[in-house]
Ligand binder design. Structure first.
Ligand SMILES: *Cc1c(COP(=O)(O)O)cnc(C)c1O
Length: 320
């Protein structure tokens, strides 16, 4: 039996992050409110350190290492924001970090991970089983594996973003959360249940990869092929054991957003709110606009999960 993390763990994570993570701003937009006929509160994790909420979970997990674990180091696998989150957290805590990244990861992300001081090992994602490779390296070198989402300390850390949101704006009727492997959604649901028990929490996935929706509705974890979507932070193939355990208990439903609607949301944030939000970070607002949820007259929280998109790609997406 798994012991699922609780809101107490989110509180403890919040204390560990104090003075290390940013308390990100909550922004509102008159245009968004008029469009949805609702009061919309955007929790801007695109302004978090390294550009996404993943710093919260990574830093919380590494803060809990024993002296021996710190000395030996951390290992993880990721093509994106988790890699940078582990690398930065490890540097801040003086822990050596090894990250496995796919050969075809965006060069800017590989570069950023190296720049934070991590050792990056590249692998061929079509030939290697990265999880097996990671476990083998961890065993050989005595490293502690911190996976991107299915870990109690990662989930608890991610939950601190929604905790801050509720503390700042009070109760909400809806909370819309981007969903990949479910660390952010599970953590957010823990905070919502504790701080605003009537709030309906929704996960939002890319339309092309709705394994989370299928899992939620069928009651068992569904595995899919890597989905083709511009939401690269949510190209996961399945939920985790811990994340699914919390999501099935505390989440109201999982809905989807198309790539076209993600681009529309990116344009909205850039033009109207003068911010850069990466495609995955737009899932919540895209669903607010197009998923047919009964938001009129309600107080709606939307987590903008990250802002890491290189400008050339941003331009291409908006021009298409
Ligand atoms: C990782 C990530 C997600 C998905 O988070 P999970 O915890 O895997 O569900 C969403 N948005 C961004 C920007 C991410 O980096």
């Amino acid at each position: 039996m798994l012991t699922l993390p609780t809101y107490q763990d989110v509180i403890a994570a919040g204390a560990r992050l104090q003075g290390h993570a940013h308390r990100t701003p909550v922004w509102q937009s008159r245009t968004a409110d008029e469009r949805l006929e609702a009061s919309v509160f955007f929790k801007c994790e695109n302004f978090q350190r390294m550009g996404a909420f993943k710093f919260r979970g990574a830093f919380n997990a590494l803060s809990r290492f024993s002296a021996a674990q710190r000395q030996a180091g951390v290992i993880s696998f990721s093509s994106g924001n988790h890699a940078q989150a582990i690398a930065l957290s490890a540097r801040l805590l003086g822990i050596p970090a090894t990250i496995l990244m796919p050969l075809d990861a965006p060069p800017s992300k590989i570069e950023a991970t190296r720049a934070y001081g991590a050792e990056v090992i590249l692998f061929d994602r079509y030939k290697c089983d990265r999880e097996a490779m990671t476990r083998e390296l961890a065993g050989q070198r005595g490293l502690t594996l911190i996976p991107p989402y299915d870990h109690p300390d990662v989930i608890a850390g991610q939950g601190t973003a929604a905790k801050e949101l509720f503390e700042e704006v009070g109760a909400l009727d809806f909370l819309l959360v981007p969903l990949g492997g479910g660390g952010l959604l599970a953590g957010s649901a823990l905070s919502a249940r504790a701080l605003a028990s009537a709030c309906q929490v929704y996960g939002v996935e890319p339309l092309a990869g709705n394994d989370g929706q299928q899992s939620f509705r069928s009651g068992a974890i569904v595995h899919i092929e890597t989905p083709k979507t511009i939401a690269d932070g949510a190209q996961t193939q399945h939920l985790g054991q811990y994340t699914f355990g919390i999501i099935r208990r505390d989440v109201h439903d999982v809905v989807t957003a198309s790539d076209a609607h993600l681009v529309e949301a990116m344009r909205f944030f850039a033009e109207r709110m003068k911010m850069l939000v990466e495609p995955t970070g737009c899932l919540g607002f895209a669903a607010a606009c197009h998923a047919g949820l009964p938001l009129a007259g309600k107080r709606v929280g939307v987590i903008l999960s990250g802002g890491n998109v290189d400008l050339r790609r941003f331009g291409e997406l908006l021009a298409a």
